[in-house]
Design a protein around this ligand. Structure first.
Ligand SMILES: Cc1ncc(COP(=O)(O)O)c(C=O)c1O
Length: 410
């Protein structure tokens, strides 16, 4: 079993170790929930302060032009593009993820007018399922949602399928799907592929261009570290840029917003997906987060992510044999950057663990989720987290009466 001294040595040799200094983190806390909400960086803090005090406080309305507020959706989109393997002009930052999925579903349905089915995964994140139903209801022609078992996707790729929408890394288990293989199979069936990159962006290297992805959307508050409720982003492949139509058009997707024309004339390309005014303060936080990401090599992130998740699985199985079921695939090619452990008393386990300074989270029915964000999680944190977990179980703290009733946020 890997020792604490060996973990220290791994940290000393780690090329990403200096990035921990970019974040404001309490050293007594082991934060393994960056798959839900990433921590505050110094650069986000100073970007937001500057946007508040100088751009808004002093510049007032003049800052829409002088501080570049108007250009934020594309300017920051170009920087997010690097994280997903896209090029400049292919990504915009706007809204939040669910709204962007709605827009992409709407345009995809219009691009396949003779087809009438949206295929998605029955264990997809619930917002994806709800918005697919909502967009089907809003469609001017009858559209049906088929929530299927993704392991049997090929059986459902029939001629009536207009669009397939899947989440690349499963929010519960952390299983990563085959981006290019699935996209190819969906294309062979004549359908359009929409990927949800919520748990992939900043977690695993992505190659939207190489995988021939049509459309994708993601959020920035998880591994990207842009703060609670941080903006979403949407990717549109170059071949679709002149074909898309925003089904929720607004003035900022107009080619000339300040002409105030009565008829919507879309801006070229992905910019037309912007509907309304940018959330300037949230975008300032994202800009700060991207100041960190601009210095990061995603291959380093992947190497360390796999080493951290391997180490966690190894230590849990060595120290607590038989206690948990492993919901996350062992194969590297099928693993994102989180480990999910199944336990019948999982909710109490995660609450008790938080009380001893290890933050993860719980997802129904029995999933204990641990996110390993390589920019700030150390090997020694993994070791200490497992030791604290052993302590919780030995002392029976997860069975405490106060954990019988669940909090609203788990
Ligand atoms: C996979 C996935 N899709 C969609 C969403 C919804 O994102 P938003 O609340 O930004 O719309 C989440 C949120 O955590 C998610 O994990």
């Amino acid at each position: 079993m890997t020792t604490r001294e060996e973990c220290r040595a791994l940290d000393e040799a780690d090329v990403l170790a200096p990035f921990r200094e970019d974040f404001i983190l309490d050293d007594s806390l082991i934060y393994l929930d960056g798959n839900s909400l990433g921590p505050l960086s110094h650069s986000s803090q100073s970007r937001v302060r500057h946007a508040l005090d100088v751009q808004w406080g002093e510049g007032l309305v003049r800052s829409w032009g002088s501080a570049g507020w108007m250009d934020q959706p594309q300017r920051l989109g170009d920087r997010v593009a690097r994280l997903i393997g896209a090029g400049p002009g292919e990504v915009v930052v706007a809204d939040t993820l669910t709204f962007l999925l709605a827009k992409l579903l709407g345009t995809a349905l219009e691009l396949r007018p003779d087809r009438s089915v949206i295929v998605t995964d029955h264990v997809n994140f619930h917002s994806d399922l709800y918005i697919a139903e909502g967009m089907a209801r809003l469609s001017p022609r009858p559209v049906q949602v088929r929530a299927i078992d993704r392991d049997h996707l090929d059986d459902f790729l029939t001629e009536d399928v207009a669009v397939v929408m899947l989440t690349h890394v499963d929010f519960r288990t952390g299983e990563m799907l085959d981006l290019s293989g699935i996209t190819r199979r969906v294309h062979n069936a004549g359908a359009i592929m929409i990927w949800d990159f919520a748990h992939s962006t900043g977690a695993v290297p992505l190659d939207a261009t190489g995988a021939d992805v049509d459309f994708a959307a993601g959020c920035t508050y998880k591994y990207v570290n842009a703060g609670p409720g941080g903006p979403g982003f949407a990717y549109v492949a170059p071949r679709w840029q002149s074909e898309i139509r925003n089904v929720l058009p607004g003035w900022l997707g107009h080619v000339a917003p300040f002409d105030f024309e009565d008829t919507f004339r879309p801006a070229p390309g992905v910019r037309q997906l912007v509907t309304s005014s940018p959330s300037v303060l949230a975008l300032a936080a994202l800009e700060g987060a991207l100041d960190v990401w601009d210095r990061v090599d995603m291959n380093d992130v992947r190497r360390k992510s796999l080493a951290l998740t391997d180490l966690f699985i190894e230590l849990v199985e060595a120290r607590l044999p038989g206690e948990f079921g492993l919901a996350t695939p062992r194969e590297h090619s099928r693993r994102g950057s989180q480990v999910a452990l199944r336990h019948a008393e999982g909710y109490g386990m995660m609450q008790a663990l938080a009380e001893v300074g290890v933050i993860g989270d719980f997802r129904d029915p029995d999933i204990c989720r641990f996110g390993f964000a390589p920019l700030y999680v150390r090997f020694v944190d993994v070791f200490d987290a497992v030791e604290r977990l052993v302590g919780v179980i030995e002392r029976g703290e997860h069975r405490a009466e106060r954990f019988r009733v669940r909090n609203a946020v788990t």
